[in-house]
Design a protein around this ligand. Sequence first.
Ligand code: NAP
Length: 302
Amino acid sequence: MSAKLISGTEIREEILEEITAEVAEIKEKHGKVPGLVTILVGASPASISYVTLKIKTAHRVGFHEIQDDQPEDISEADLLALIEKYNNDDSINGILVQLPLPKHIDDKKVLNAIDPDKDVDGFHPVNVGRLMIGGDEVKFPPCTPAGIQEMIVRAGVETKGAEVVVVGRSNIVGKPIANMMVQKGRGANATVTIVHTGTKDLAGHCKRADILIVAAGVPDLVKPEWIKKGACVIDVGVNRVGEKISEKTGKKIAILKGDVDFDAAKEVAGSITPVPGGVGPMTITMLMLNTLKSLKFKLGLM
Ligand code: NAP
């Protein structure tokens, strides 16, 4: 393998240790710890496992954490009232509503009801606008794009003046990461192109990239011949392509594949993220960082 492996699992550990230390320091000096509430509606196994991991991580770094589970048939009005309760709760700095929500609830309405100053997922239109303005305006960058940028920085990849190509234009990954990489400042100042299904020469654009960020949701979409020699390749895709029995637990687990043909791409790229163990572990980590930031904003420490 010629490419350097950028391990999200290792970077996660570094950042969680930094957060834990900072939480302890703030607790000692100010008598406060960040508070995070996760609201789960219904009992989808995937959502339960995401929420459990978020709560476990919050606990690990020393946050005050609440898991507020609600029945599948909760009314939209009751869910909005619950959010309002946490908007007004001084011990809570971050409110997270686990998506997807049941069909009878308008998720846009629910996400927009969260106080933008507690919107640690960064999905509220106010925070999307702040991200677009950039600089000091940004409070809570959305977690997956923030994780991608942090990995690029910590891997020591130069972004200033770099050609960045982002495959995918979703509101949760493609558009925000493209917007972040184009701003002036740390881990950015790049020249950015977004490509999608309407793009004429996908391979040609990818081939120009010093940093190629792929968030399409198509297994093995990016071929090695689309990659510039020595480029940094960030594979955001998480695609379930089958099932296998876990050697550790003996239980059935999903076989995951990224959007990049990893085995071939690693022979061309300069650095690359694996799937699993790449971008995945960064998302919850950045959620913790945003929740800590929320308390710091409140205490006037940022
Ligand atoms: P999404 O909303 O489905 O958006 C996919 C984007 O990729 C769309 O803009 C689509 O273009 C583009 N695209 C799809 N196929 C393409 C093709 N053949 N050529 C060019 N562009 C193509 O997906 P998402 O929510 O951004 O997620 C993308 C992937 O990242 C998924 O595998 C998801 O599971 C993963 N993900 C991982 C994390 C994490 O690790 N923490 C977080 C979020 C997402 P159009 O707009 O033209 O349709």
